[in-house]
Design a protein around this ligand. Structure first.
Ligand SMILES: *Cc1c(COP(=O)(O)O)cnc(C)c1O
Length: 436
Protein backbone atom coordinates (compact mmCIF):
# COMPACT_ATOMS: atom_id res chain seq x y z
CA UNK A 1 0.00 0.00 0.00
CA UNK A 2 1.21 3.50 -0.87
CA UNK A 3 0.30 6.59 1.11
CA UNK A 4 1.14 10.25 0.59
CA UNK A 5 1.27 13.22 2.95
CA UNK A 6 -1.49 15.83 2.62
CA UNK A 7 1.24 18.49 2.77
CA UNK A 8 3.32 16.95 -0.03
CA UNK A 9 1.82 14.44 -2.44
CA UNK A 10 5.30 13.47 -3.65
CA UNK A 11 6.20 12.23 -0.15
CA UNK A 12 5.13 8.56 -0.38
CA UNK A 13 5.51 5.81 2.24
CA UNK A 14 4.22 2.27 2.72
CA UNK A 15 1.63 1.24 5.31
CA UNK A 16 4.18 0.04 7.83
CA UNK A 17 5.94 3.43 7.89
CA UNK A 18 2.68 5.37 8.08
CA UNK A 19 1.50 3.13 10.92
CA UNK A 20 4.57 3.64 13.08
CA UNK A 21 5.15 7.30 12.21
CA UNK A 22 1.54 8.36 12.77
CA UNK A 23 2.10 11.74 11.14
CA UNK A 24 4.44 12.72 8.30
CA UNK A 25 7.55 14.71 9.19
CA UNK A 26 6.11 17.69 7.28
CA UNK A 27 3.13 17.53 9.74
CA UNK A 28 0.81 16.37 6.97
CA UNK A 29 -1.58 13.42 7.37
CA UNK A 30 -1.18 10.19 5.42
CA UNK A 31 -3.72 9.40 2.69
CA UNK A 32 -4.05 6.28 0.53
CA UNK A 33 -2.49 7.11 -2.86
CA UNK A 34 -5.07 4.90 -4.60
CA UNK A 35 -8.45 3.62 -3.50
CA UNK A 36 -8.90 0.07 -4.75
CA UNK A 37 -12.23 -0.02 -6.62
CA UNK A 38 -14.56 -2.89 -5.85
CA UNK A 39 -17.32 -3.49 -8.45
CA UNK A 40 -20.87 -3.56 -7.12
CA UNK A 41 -21.43 -7.21 -8.06
CA UNK A 42 -18.40 -8.22 -6.00
CA UNK A 43 -19.67 -6.16 -3.06
CA UNK A 44 -23.05 -7.90 -3.32
CA UNK A 45 -21.29 -11.24 -3.05
CA UNK A 46 -19.30 -10.03 -0.04
CA UNK A 47 -22.54 -8.94 1.66
CA UNK A 48 -23.18 -12.58 2.61
CA UNK A 49 -20.08 -12.66 4.79
CA UNK A 50 -20.07 -12.12 8.53
CA UNK A 51 -18.35 -8.92 9.70
CA UNK A 52 -14.86 -10.42 10.14
CA UNK A 53 -15.02 -11.94 6.65
CA UNK A 54 -15.97 -8.59 5.13
CA UNK A 55 -13.17 -6.91 7.12
CA UNK A 56 -10.66 -9.48 5.84
CA UNK A 57 -11.74 -8.92 2.23
CA UNK A 58 -11.42 -5.13 2.43
CA UNK A 59 -8.12 -5.26 4.33
CA UNK A 60 -6.75 -7.49 1.58
CA UNK A 61 -7.60 -4.91 -1.10
CA UNK A 62 -5.45 -2.30 0.63
CA UNK A 63 -2.72 -4.36 2.24
CA UNK A 64 -2.45 -7.51 0.14
CA UNK A 65 0.80 -6.32 -1.45
CA UNK A 66 2.42 -5.61 1.92
CA UNK A 67 1.10 -8.31 4.27
CA UNK A 68 0.70 -11.94 3.13
CA UNK A 69 -2.70 -13.65 3.46
CA UNK A 70 -1.69 -15.54 6.59
CA UNK A 71 -0.65 -12.31 8.32
CA UNK A 72 -3.91 -10.60 7.42
CA UNK A 73 -5.91 -13.58 8.70
CA UNK A 74 -4.03 -13.39 11.98
CA UNK A 75 -4.56 -9.63 12.36
CA UNK A 76 -8.30 -9.82 11.64
CA UNK A 77 -8.92 -12.89 13.80
CA UNK A 78 -7.13 -11.43 16.79
CA UNK A 79 -8.65 -7.96 16.40
CA UNK A 80 -12.31 -8.84 15.91
CA UNK A 81 -13.83 -11.10 18.53
CA UNK A 82 -16.79 -8.69 18.38
CA UNK A 83 -18.91 -7.28 15.55
CA UNK A 84 -21.29 -4.42 14.79
CA UNK A 85 -25.06 -5.03 14.86
CA UNK A 86 -27.94 -3.43 12.99
CA UNK A 87 -31.02 -2.39 14.94
CA UNK A 88 -34.05 -1.44 12.87
CA UNK A 89 -36.09 1.56 14.06
CA UNK A 90 -38.57 1.71 11.16
CA UNK A 91 -38.93 0.72 7.51
CA UNK A 92 -36.27 3.21 6.40
CA UNK A 93 -33.98 3.57 9.41
CA UNK A 94 -31.32 1.30 10.90
CA UNK A 95 -29.00 2.11 13.75
CA UNK A 96 -25.56 0.52 13.47
CA UNK A 97 -24.44 -0.38 16.98
CA UNK A 98 -20.67 -0.04 17.15
CA UNK A 99 -20.44 -0.51 20.91
CA UNK A 100 -20.11 -4.27 21.33
CA UNK A 101 -16.32 -4.22 21.70
CA UNK A 102 -14.32 -4.40 24.95
CA UNK A 103 -14.64 -0.69 25.83
CA UNK A 104 -18.14 -0.10 24.43
CA UNK A 105 -17.34 2.56 21.84
CA UNK A 106 -16.64 2.43 18.08
CA UNK A 107 -13.03 3.32 18.80
CA UNK A 108 -12.41 -0.37 19.55
CA UNK A 109 -12.65 -1.17 15.81
CA UNK A 110 -9.74 1.10 14.92
CA UNK A 111 -7.61 0.50 18.01
CA UNK A 112 -7.82 -3.31 17.85
CA UNK A 113 -6.74 -3.46 14.21
CA UNK A 114 -3.93 -0.97 14.75
CA UNK A 115 -2.60 -2.95 17.72
CA UNK A 116 -2.62 -6.26 15.85
CA UNK A 117 -1.05 -4.70 12.74
CA UNK A 118 1.81 -3.29 14.86
CA UNK A 119 2.19 -6.61 16.61
CA UNK A 120 2.47 -8.31 13.22
CA UNK A 121 5.18 -5.94 12.00
CA UNK A 122 7.35 -6.02 15.12
CA UNK A 123 7.22 -9.75 15.80
CA UNK A 124 10.77 -10.24 14.57
CA UNK A 125 12.22 -7.16 16.26
CA UNK A 126 14.12 -7.37 19.50
CA UNK A 127 13.58 -4.02 21.17
CA UNK A 128 10.39 -3.08 22.91
CA UNK A 129 8.58 0.00 21.59
CA UNK A 130 6.73 2.53 23.75
CA UNK A 131 3.51 4.15 22.61
CA UNK A 132 2.51 7.48 24.14
CA UNK A 133 -1.17 8.45 24.20
CA UNK A 134 -2.76 11.55 25.69
CA UNK A 135 -6.42 10.88 26.33
CA UNK A 136 -9.53 12.52 27.65
CA UNK A 137 -11.64 9.36 27.53
CA UNK A 138 -12.72 6.84 24.89
CA UNK A 139 -9.44 6.77 22.97
CA UNK A 140 -7.40 5.86 26.04
CA UNK A 141 -9.57 2.94 27.02
CA UNK A 142 -9.85 1.56 23.48
CA UNK A 143 -6.07 1.78 22.98
CA UNK A 144 -5.28 0.33 26.41
CA UNK A 145 -7.52 -2.69 25.87
CA UNK A 146 -6.27 -3.24 22.32
CA UNK A 147 -2.60 -3.32 23.36
CA UNK A 148 -3.03 -5.06 26.70
CA UNK A 149 -0.56 -7.97 26.86
CA UNK A 150 0.63 -7.40 23.28
CA UNK A 151 4.24 -8.52 23.40
CA UNK A 152 6.98 -6.04 22.55
CA UNK A 153 4.80 -2.97 23.06
CA UNK A 154 4.41 -0.82 26.16
CA UNK A 155 1.66 1.79 26.47
CA UNK A 156 2.05 5.00 28.45
CA UNK A 157 -1.26 6.84 28.80
CA UNK A 158 -1.46 10.41 30.06
CA UNK A 159 -4.76 11.76 31.32
CA UNK A 160 -5.81 14.92 33.18
CA UNK A 161 -6.43 14.28 36.88
CA UNK A 162 -10.05 14.77 37.96
CA UNK A 163 -11.27 15.69 34.47
CA UNK A 164 -12.79 12.39 33.40
CA UNK A 165 -15.51 10.27 34.96
CA UNK A 166 -14.40 7.68 37.58
CA UNK A 167 -15.74 4.81 35.47
CA UNK A 168 -13.94 6.02 32.35
CA UNK A 169 -10.76 6.32 34.38
CA UNK A 170 -11.14 2.73 35.55
CA UNK A 171 -11.45 1.52 31.96
CA UNK A 172 -7.74 2.17 31.43
CA UNK A 173 -6.20 2.29 34.92
CA UNK A 174 -7.15 -1.21 36.05
CA UNK A 175 -5.41 -3.31 33.39
CA UNK A 176 -1.78 -3.24 34.58
CA UNK A 177 0.88 -5.39 32.82
CA UNK A 178 2.19 -3.37 29.84
CA UNK A 179 -0.32 -0.54 30.32
CA UNK A 180 0.97 2.36 32.41
CA UNK A 181 -1.40 5.17 33.34
CA UNK A 182 -0.05 8.59 34.31
CA UNK A 183 -2.40 10.92 36.14
CA UNK A 184 -1.25 14.41 35.22
CA UNK A 185 -1.87 17.40 37.50
CA UNK A 186 -3.13 19.54 34.63
CA UNK A 187 -5.50 19.69 31.67
CA UNK A 188 -5.83 17.54 28.55
CA UNK A 189 -3.82 20.16 26.67
CA UNK A 190 -1.00 19.74 29.21
CA UNK A 191 -1.02 15.99 28.53
CA UNK A 192 -0.81 16.59 24.79
CA UNK A 193 2.01 19.10 25.29
CA UNK A 194 3.99 16.52 27.31
CA UNK A 195 3.62 13.94 24.54
CA UNK A 196 4.72 16.47 21.92
CA UNK A 197 7.78 17.44 23.97
CA UNK A 198 8.73 13.80 24.40
CA UNK A 199 8.68 13.27 20.62
CA UNK A 200 10.74 16.40 20.10
CA UNK A 201 13.40 15.06 22.52
CA UNK A 202 15.49 12.93 20.14
CA UNK A 203 17.54 11.19 22.86
CA UNK A 204 14.42 10.09 24.63
CA UNK A 205 12.63 9.17 21.43
CA UNK A 206 15.45 6.91 20.29
CA UNK A 207 16.14 5.33 23.67
CA UNK A 208 12.54 4.21 24.19
CA UNK A 209 11.49 3.89 20.51
CA UNK A 210 8.56 6.23 21.03
CA UNK A 211 5.53 5.88 18.76
CA UNK A 212 2.09 7.50 18.78
CA UNK A 213 -1.37 5.97 18.52
CA UNK A 214 -3.60 8.98 18.29
CA UNK A 215 -6.67 9.46 16.16
CA UNK A 216 -4.81 10.70 13.07
CA UNK A 217 -3.04 7.36 12.60
CA UNK A 218 -4.07 5.81 9.28
CA UNK A 219 -3.88 2.43 11.05
CA UNK A 220 -7.09 3.38 12.83
CA UNK A 221 -8.91 4.84 9.82
CA UNK A 222 -8.56 1.97 7.34
CA UNK A 223 -10.29 -0.54 9.69
CA UNK A 224 -13.06 1.93 10.46
CA UNK A 225 -14.20 1.59 6.86
CA UNK A 226 -14.90 -2.14 7.40
CA UNK A 227 -18.21 -1.60 9.22
CA UNK A 228 -19.46 0.80 6.54
CA UNK A 229 -19.04 -1.98 3.97
CA UNK A 230 -20.68 -4.56 6.19
CA UNK A 231 -23.74 -2.46 7.10
CA UNK A 232 -24.37 -0.64 3.80
CA UNK A 233 -24.22 -3.90 1.85
CA UNK A 234 -26.69 -5.56 4.24
CA UNK A 235 -29.15 -2.74 3.64
CA UNK A 236 -28.40 -2.54 -0.09
CA UNK A 237 -29.00 -6.29 -0.48
CA UNK A 238 -32.42 -5.81 1.12
CA UNK A 239 -33.53 -2.58 -0.59
CA UNK A 240 -31.50 -2.38 -3.83
CA UNK A 241 -31.10 1.32 -3.09
CA UNK A 242 -28.21 3.60 -2.31
CA UNK A 243 -27.95 4.28 1.40
CA UNK A 244 -27.68 7.51 3.41
CA UNK A 245 -25.20 7.20 6.27
CA UNK A 246 -25.21 9.49 9.30
CA UNK A 247 -22.02 9.88 11.36
CA UNK A 248 -21.88 11.66 14.75
CA UNK A 249 -18.59 13.54 14.38
CA UNK A 250 -15.89 15.26 16.42
CA UNK A 251 -12.45 14.88 14.88
CA UNK A 252 -14.06 13.51 11.68
CA UNK A 253 -11.95 10.34 11.59
CA UNK A 254 -15.04 8.17 11.46
CA UNK A 255 -16.58 10.16 8.61
CA UNK A 256 -13.27 10.08 6.72
CA UNK A 257 -13.31 6.28 6.94
CA UNK A 258 -16.82 6.29 5.47
CA UNK A 259 -15.68 8.50 2.59
CA UNK A 260 -12.81 6.07 1.93
CA UNK A 261 -15.39 3.27 1.62
CA UNK A 262 -17.45 5.34 -0.83
CA UNK A 263 -14.30 6.02 -2.89
CA UNK A 264 -13.89 2.25 -3.16
CA UNK A 265 -17.36 1.93 -4.66
CA UNK A 266 -19.70 1.47 -1.71
CA UNK A 267 -23.22 2.60 -2.79
CA UNK A 268 -23.71 5.59 -0.46
CA UNK A 269 -26.07 8.36 -1.58
CA UNK A 270 -24.92 10.92 0.97
CA UNK A 271 -23.14 11.22 4.31
CA UNK A 272 -24.69 13.25 7.09
CA UNK A 273 -22.06 14.82 9.38
CA UNK A 274 -23.89 15.31 12.69
CA UNK A 275 -22.12 17.63 15.11
CA UNK A 276 -23.04 19.10 18.49
CA UNK A 277 -22.70 22.79 19.41
CA UNK A 278 -19.09 22.67 18.22
CA UNK A 279 -20.10 23.79 14.72
CA UNK A 280 -16.87 24.65 12.92
CA UNK A 281 -17.88 22.43 9.98
CA UNK A 282 -21.47 23.69 9.49
CA UNK A 283 -19.91 27.19 9.54
CA UNK A 284 -17.43 26.07 6.88
CA UNK A 285 -20.33 24.88 4.71
CA UNK A 286 -21.94 28.31 5.07
CA UNK A 287 -18.88 30.50 4.60
CA UNK A 288 -16.32 28.34 2.79
CA UNK A 289 -13.83 29.22 5.53
CA UNK A 290 -12.37 26.80 8.06
CA UNK A 291 -12.10 28.68 11.35
CA UNK A 292 -11.04 26.57 14.38
CA UNK A 293 -12.40 27.68 17.76
CA UNK A 294 -11.95 26.64 21.38
CA UNK A 295 -14.30 23.72 22.05
CA UNK A 296 -17.46 24.12 24.13
CA UNK A 297 -18.66 21.48 26.58
CA UNK A 298 -21.73 19.45 25.63
CA UNK A 299 -23.54 16.26 26.66
CA UNK A 300 -21.89 14.45 23.75
CA UNK A 301 -18.43 15.24 25.09
CA UNK A 302 -16.43 12.86 22.85
CA UNK A 303 -17.44 15.21 20.02
CA UNK A 304 -16.37 18.43 21.76
CA UNK A 305 -13.74 19.34 19.19
CA UNK A 306 -13.06 22.90 18.04
CA UNK A 307 -10.35 22.07 15.50
CA UNK A 308 -11.23 18.75 13.85
CA UNK A 309 -7.92 17.21 12.82
CA UNK A 310 -9.19 14.95 10.02
CA UNK A 311 -10.88 17.77 8.11
CA UNK A 312 -7.56 18.21 6.33
CA UNK A 313 -7.99 14.70 4.90
CA UNK A 314 -11.51 15.45 3.66
CA UNK A 315 -10.34 18.66 1.97
CA UNK A 316 -7.51 16.71 0.35
CA UNK A 317 -9.92 14.05 -0.91
CA UNK A 318 -12.09 16.71 -2.60
CA UNK A 319 -9.22 19.02 -3.68
CA UNK A 320 -10.43 21.81 -1.35
CA UNK A 321 -13.59 22.21 -3.43
CA UNK A 322 -16.44 23.19 -1.09
CA UNK A 323 -19.05 22.40 -3.76
CA UNK A 324 -17.67 18.89 -4.19
CA UNK A 325 -17.68 18.40 -0.43
CA UNK A 326 -21.32 19.52 -0.30
CA UNK A 327 -22.24 16.99 -2.96
CA UNK A 328 -21.10 14.17 -0.69
CA UNK A 329 -21.81 15.53 2.77
CA UNK A 330 -24.72 17.28 4.44
CA UNK A 331 -24.25 18.71 7.93
CA UNK A 332 -26.16 20.12 10.88
CA UNK A 333 -25.39 21.20 14.45
CA UNK A 334 -27.51 19.69 17.25
CA UNK A 335 -27.47 21.43 20.63
CA UNK A 336 -27.94 19.78 24.03
CA UNK A 337 -31.67 20.35 24.33
CA UNK A 338 -32.29 18.85 20.87
CA UNK A 339 -30.01 15.95 21.88
CA UNK A 340 -32.09 15.22 24.97
CA UNK A 341 -35.32 15.57 22.97
CA UNK A 342 -34.02 12.98 20.46
CA UNK A 343 -33.13 10.54 23.26
CA UNK A 344 -36.67 10.95 24.61
CA UNK A 345 -38.32 10.61 21.21
CA UNK A 346 -36.48 7.40 20.32
CA UNK A 347 -37.21 5.93 23.73
CA UNK A 348 -40.92 6.74 23.43
CA UNK A 349 -41.34 5.63 19.80
CA UNK A 350 -39.05 2.60 19.78
CA UNK A 351 -38.46 1.72 23.42
CA UNK A 352 -34.77 1.98 22.54
CA UNK A 353 -32.20 3.65 24.79
CA UNK A 354 -29.46 5.65 23.02
CA UNK A 355 -26.48 7.59 24.31
CA UNK A 356 -26.12 11.36 23.63
CA UNK A 357 -23.68 10.93 20.69
CA UNK A 358 -26.07 8.56 18.93
CA UNK A 359 -28.89 11.02 19.64
CA UNK A 360 -27.05 13.83 17.84
CA UNK A 361 -26.96 11.51 14.83
CA UNK A 362 -30.63 10.55 14.90
CA UNK A 363 -31.74 14.16 15.29
CA UNK A 364 -29.61 15.04 12.24
CA UNK A 365 -31.35 12.24 10.29
CA UNK A 366 -34.74 13.67 11.21
CA UNK A 367 -33.68 17.13 9.98
CA UNK A 368 -32.21 15.74 6.76
CA UNK A 369 -35.47 14.03 5.87
CA UNK A 370 -37.37 17.23 6.61
CA UNK A 371 -34.98 19.30 4.45
CA UNK A 372 -34.25 17.00 1.50
CA UNK A 373 -37.68 15.69 0.55
CA UNK A 374 -36.39 13.84 -2.53
CA UNK A 375 -34.40 11.43 -0.33
CA UNK A 376 -37.23 10.74 2.10
CA UNK A 377 -37.78 7.14 0.99
CA UNK A 378 -34.09 6.19 0.85
CA UNK A 379 -32.75 3.86 3.53
CA UNK A 380 -30.66 5.44 6.30
CA UNK A 381 -28.01 3.93 8.55
CA UNK A 382 -27.22 6.06 11.59
CA UNK A 383 -24.08 5.18 13.54
CA UNK A 384 -24.33 4.51 17.27
CA UNK A 385 -20.84 5.31 18.52
CA UNK A 386 -21.15 4.46 22.22
CA UNK A 387 -23.15 2.22 24.55
CA UNK A 388 -25.73 4.19 26.58
CA UNK A 389 -24.28 2.68 29.77
CA UNK A 390 -21.13 4.76 29.27
CA UNK A 391 -23.24 7.88 29.83
CA UNK A 392 -25.62 6.47 32.40
CA UNK A 393 -26.18 9.71 34.34
CA UNK A 394 -27.22 11.62 31.22
CA UNK A 395 -29.41 8.72 30.09
CA UNK A 396 -31.18 8.44 33.47
CA UNK A 397 -31.76 12.21 33.66
CA UNK A 398 -33.09 12.44 30.11
CA UNK A 399 -35.36 9.40 30.20
CA UNK A 400 -36.32 9.34 33.90
CA UNK A 401 -35.32 5.71 34.17
CA UNK A 402 -32.77 3.68 36.10
CA UNK A 403 -30.69 2.16 33.37
CA UNK A 404 -28.91 -1.09 34.18
CA UNK A 405 -25.13 -0.72 33.86
CA UNK A 406 -23.72 -3.31 31.39
CA UNK A 407 -21.64 -6.09 32.98
CA UNK A 408 -18.39 -4.87 31.45
CA UNK A 409 -18.78 -1.56 33.32
CA UNK A 410 -20.36 -2.99 36.50
CA UNK A 411 -17.33 -5.23 37.04
CA UNK A 412 -14.98 -2.26 36.83
CA UNK A 413 -16.44 -0.69 39.96
CA UNK A 414 -14.74 -3.31 42.08
CA UNK A 415 -11.33 -3.13 40.47
CA UNK A 416 -8.38 -1.22 41.88
CA UNK A 417 -7.12 1.87 40.06
CA UNK A 418 -3.36 1.78 39.33
CA UNK A 419 -2.03 5.15 38.21
CA UNK A 420 1.13 7.16 38.83
CA UNK A 421 0.56 10.81 39.67
CA UNK A 422 2.92 13.23 37.92
CA UNK A 423 3.20 17.00 37.57
CA UNK A 424 2.68 18.76 34.23
CA UNK A 425 6.42 19.60 34.09
CA UNK A 426 8.29 17.89 31.25
CA UNK A 427 11.36 17.25 33.44
CA UNK A 428 9.40 14.83 35.68
CA UNK A 429 7.80 13.06 32.76
CA UNK A 430 11.14 12.65 30.98
CA UNK A 431 12.80 11.22 34.09
CA UNK A 432 10.06 8.65 34.44
CA UNK A 433 10.13 7.63 30.78
CA UNK A 434 13.93 7.43 30.74
CA UNK A 435 13.97 4.90 33.55
CA UNK A 436 11.30 2.57 32.11
C1 LIG B 1 -14.56 9.68 19.37
C2 LIG B 1 -16.05 9.65 19.41
C3 LIG B 1 -16.85 10.31 18.44
C4 LIG B 1 -16.25 11.18 17.36
O1 LIG B 1 -15.57 10.45 16.38
P1 LIG B 1 -14.58 11.21 15.36
O2 LIG B 1 -13.94 10.13 14.57
O3 LIG B 1 -13.60 11.95 16.23
O4 LIG B 1 -15.40 12.14 14.55
C5 LIG B 1 -18.22 10.16 18.50
N1 LIG B 1 -18.80 9.44 19.48
C6 LIG B 1 -18.08 8.80 20.43
C7 LIG B 1 -18.78 8.04 21.49
C8 LIG B 1 -16.67 8.87 20.43
O5 LIG B 1 -15.97 8.25 21.38
Amino acid sequence: MKLYSTKDHAHVVNFRDALFKGQAADRGLYMPAVFPRIPLNELVELSHLPFAGMARAIAGKYLGDEIPAQGLDQIINRAYSFAPALQSLDEYTDVMELFHGPTLSFKDFGAQFMAQAMRYFIQDERREITILVATSGDTGSAVAHAYHKVEGIRIVLLYPSGKISPLQEKQFTTLGDNIMALEVAGTFDDCQALVKQAFADTDLRDKQKLTSANSINIGRLIPQSFYYFWSVMQVYARTQQKVIVCVPSGNFGNLTAGLFAAQMGLPVQKFIAAVNSNHVIPDYFDSGKFTPRPSVLTLSNAMDVGNPSNWERICDLFHNDVQAIKQHIWTTSVDDSATVAAMQRVYKDNNYVIDPHTAVGLEAVRRYRETVAADKALPVISLSTAHPGKFIDIVNDALHIEYQLPDKLEQLKHRQKQATAISAAFKDFKELLWEL
